[in-house]
Design a protein around this ligand. Structure first.
Ligand SMILES: Cc1ncc(COP(=O)(O)O)c(C=O)c1O
Length: 446
């Protein structure tokens, strides 16, 4: 009888074959589809990727480390390098990033310098918010103080900011609306004068700069989202960044159950005295891995998410450029329709990495926002509202304890008259021109 010889292939050989199959899969499954005007839906945002994201994702899953590891460190380093910031921590969403940024400022250690956020304290924000920019403060029992936004930039109206501050104010927590930086000079100087923390919700503004500095790195803490609608994606995911090494320690602790130990997942004894600590009224030598110095959460990420993110962040400069180009082209193309719309304006001293193109139907226009939005959606052009509109009108927020400073006139107008269009890199010149054509056809009816 013939002897059967089986060849056992090496890990490397099998890995290489899987990777080749992934490339083939990508080419077939995600082959580019032709754009057919009026039939192909032009989304407001979406994933833009090639085989590299899939290769990294499969590589990470084959490694089967699962929790944050090699890819998390690599992505974090790249993000720090890109943003020119000292520290970044990855979390499972932009909302978690906001929660974590907020929680770090409730650290008991901050009591010594009278800057610990406490229930009953106030924080300043805007009523035209994404819910999870304001939720952490409300959930903790703080009182939001809502300011209006400016038309055109759709950012916090800083002319009222200083007046809105009371002896209870401890924090300013606002977003850079649709990628357009808020007036960081004014916010930072008022915050410094009144000893307030600043959390920059940069979930929609990765790559935007103000005075040449990246948004998210100017305030005490910045937050980012990597949900598919955002500048780069890892499915679900987010990051918190800071240049403050003490805040970084609190962030790391609140992210990882509130523990005192700072070992990475799967590592032990990074401090070199795992069984020699004596903290609180715990027995001397109690395992540092199980000492909790904050009332924390688990907001950690898996390693498969930053594996995707690592391929995405390599593309970030070209993504940012595409967003800027699309925004500029839409702005130029819609200039002749200025009698109907308030067109978007970049905040002075800023270079926005736009998230969307905002249009406000002027109150005296011969049509309503509803009319044009329905028309655009029929013509397969996606539109979006500015998030929650006036958040105080949302069912969940009608009875919250809050203060409104001044009026919310512009917020109200934005809720009823504004909508935004996509500028994401999946929109090319053909799609952009189609969008312009459809808007102009609509306006020609009046
Ligand atoms: C300004 C702002 N903050 C926070 C978030 C929350 O991010 P995530 O969806 O990753 O939780 C979003 C979501 O789009 C956002 O637009």
């Amino acid at each position: 009888m013939d002897k059967i010889t089986t060849t056992i292939r090496t890990e490397k050989e099998i890995h290489s074959e899987i990777m080749n199959l992934v490339k083939e899969w990508h080419a077939v499954k995600f082959a580019e589809k032709k754009f057919i005007p009026g039939q192909t839906y032009i989304n407001y945002a979406g994933r833009v990727f090639n085989e590299e994201e899939l290769l990294n994702l499969v590589d990470s899953s084959l490694e089967f480390w699962l929790t944050g590891g090699r890819y998390e460190s690599l992505f974090s380093e790249k993000l720090n390098e890109y943003l020119r910031v000292k520290h970044s921590l990855l979390v499972n969403s932009g909302s978690s990033a906001n929660l974590l940024a907020f929680a770090a400022l409730t650290a008991n250690e901050l009591e010594k310098i009278n800057r610990r956020l406490m229930p009953g304290d106030e924080f300043i924000t805007v009523a035209a918010s994404f819910p999870t920019t304001v939720n952490p403060g409300i959930q903790y029992g703080m009182v939001p103080v809502f300011l209006d936004i400016e038309l055109g930039t759709y950012n916090i109206d800083v002319s009222k900011l200083e007046e809105a501050i009371s002896p209870k104010t401890k924090l300013i927590m606002v977003a850079h609306t649709l990628g357009n930086p808020f007036n960081l000079d004014a916010v930072m100087s008022i915050a410094k004068k009144h000893n307030l923390w600043v959390i920059e919700d940069t979930c929609d503004a990765l790559g935007s700069t103000y005075n040449g500095q990246f948004c998210g790195t100017v305030g005490d803490i910045g937050t980012f989202s990597f949900y598919p609608a955002h500048h780069i994606t890892m499915g679900e995911g987010g990051a918190v960044v800071t240049n403050n090494s003490i805040l970084k320690m609190y962030l790391a602790s609140f992210k990882d159950w509130g523990r005192d130990c700072w070992c990475a997942p799967g590592k032990d004894n990074t401090c070199g005295k795992r069984f020699a600590w004596e903290l609180g009224s715990l027995p001397k030598g109690y395992d540092h891995k199980f000492i909790f110095s904050h009332i924390g959460y688990n907001l950690k990420i898996t390693d498969m998410q930053p594996a995707i993110g690592l391929a995405q962040i390599e593309k970030l400069p070209e993504f940012v450029q595409a967003r800027k180009d699309n925004h500029r082209a839409l702005l130029e193309g819609l200039q002749p329709l200025e009698k109907y719309f308030i067109l978007p304006q970049a905040t002075p001293q800023s270079d926005p990495s736009w998230f969307g193109f905002m249009l406000t139907v002027k109150p005296d226009a011969p049509f309503t926002k509803q009319d044009i939005v329905i028309y655009l959606e029929e013509k397969k052009v996606a539109t979006r509202n500015l998030f929650a509109g006036n958040i105080l009108r949302q069912p969940a927020y009608t009875n919250i304890k809050h203060r409104v400073f001044g009026n919310l006139t512009n917020t109200e107008l934005v809720m009823s008259n504004s909508f935004w269009l996509g500028v994401y890199p999946g929109i090319d010149k053909l799609r952009r021109n189609y969008m312009l054509e459809v808007i102009s056809d609509f306006c020609k009816r009046f």
